[in-house]
Design a protein around this ligand. Structure first.
Ligand code: ATP
Length: 313
């Protein structure tokens, strides 16, 4: 069987429907309990053989709507993913990467993690490493806490640093309006601000709420909207007070719920249907509180091949 010279994998953005953050651990990470949902907003990563050696370096090209601030050297998580895979499997064939980016950069939607997951899967197929799914998942967890979820997709509970996943039952399709800001928020800075705001408090062990899980199981969007929660929201709003105004627009439009996504500054609004989603998007546009507004649905697939697949008989 000949192998494909190029494979393109699409991987989704995520939002955290619930994000519970515990006290900082000795290793500097925080214990988390979170519910991820993958969205119909995705990046495509193409991995192509160059005919040269991996030691020559990995060239990265970019296109799409969200490319500002994306590094094209080894700081890029997709590059780190292919280099890690090469190191662990001993392959030496050179590859180049092309990223088609639509997930906002530093928006708390795990765009870099999606690219890492997509690059890992695409490089694995191009190189035919023979790794098992579990081995790939372990490499994904080494690359970052959100990378395993980008591989899995759907709706899932994450514990530990967020990398230990359990798929969650979720009925129906949810309509989200996402308000984006051109200026990102640094994830470490938001965690540090959360620690500062909560200093001296005894924090409970983080757990996801049974009510939110019940809402997802029954496909009850109104109940889901009422239970959206993010422990990092006060910290994100403290660093970026304008987020409070953005959140208010959701209230004014009767959104079922709204929250800052992950470490922000992206804000997600849950709408009852596609019509209300359009109303919320229009209100956000008119009030000029967001730099960009997108309408998406969830849950969506995890990383999957969109080009370059071949029969596996
Ligand atoms: P998370 O939700 O996991 O906290 P995020 O969505 O807030 O992440 P990313 O878009 O993943 O943030 O990127 C954060 C930073 O990582 C960027 O500012 C950029 O410098 C760097 N980066 C590295 N690789 C990538 C990539 N493939 N795409 C975007 N940013 C990347």
């Amino acid at each position: 069987m000949t192998r494909p010279g190029s494979v393109t994998v699409r991987a989704p953005a995520k939002i955290n429907l619930e994000l519970r953050v515990g006290a900082p651990r000795p290793d500097g990470f925080h214990e988390l309990a979170t519910v991820f949902q993958a969205l119909s907003l995705a990046d495509d990563v193409s991995v192509s053989l160059t005919g040269g050696s991996i030691d020559d370096g990995v060239e990265v090209t970019l296109d799409g709507t969200q490319v500002d601030g994306v590094p094209t050297d080894e700081r890029n998580l997709a590059v780190r993913a292919v280099l890690l895979l090469a190191e662990r499997t001993g392959v030496s064939d050179g590859v180049r990467l092309h990223l088609r980016k639509h997930i906002p950069v530093a928006g708390g939607m795990a765009g870099g993690s999606a690219d890492a997951a997509a690059a890992l899967l695409a490089a694995d197929l191009v190189w035919q490493t023979g790794l098992t799914r579990e081995q790939l998942r372990a490499l994904a967890a080494e690359l970052g806490s959100d990378v395993p979820f980008a591989l899995l997709g759907g709706t899932a509970i994450g514990t530990g640093r967020g990398e230990q996943l359990t798929a969650a039952m979720c009925r129906g399709t949810y309509h989200w309006v996402i308000a984006l800001s051109d200026r990102g928020l640094s994830t470490p800075a938001v965690f540090a601000e959360a620690d500062r705001l909560r200093a001296g408090r005894v924090l409970p062990e983080p757990r996801v709420s049974e009510r939110l899980m019940a809402a997802l199981r029954s496909g009850n969007a109104a109940a889901l909207g009422a239970h959206l929660v993010n422990d990092l929201q006060p910290a994100a709003c403290s660093l970026r007070p304008g987020l409070l105004q953005t959140l208010e627009v959701g209230d004014e439009c009767g959104a079922l719920g709204a929250l800052v996504s992950g470490s922000g500054p992206t804000v997600a609004f849950l709408a009852a249907d596609s019509e209300q989603a359009l109303d919320i998007a229009t209100a956000l546009g008119t009030s000029a509180v967001a730099d960009q507004v997108v309408r998406v649905t969830g849950p969506a697939h995890g990383a999957r091949v969109v080009e370059g697949a071949w029969p596996t008989s």
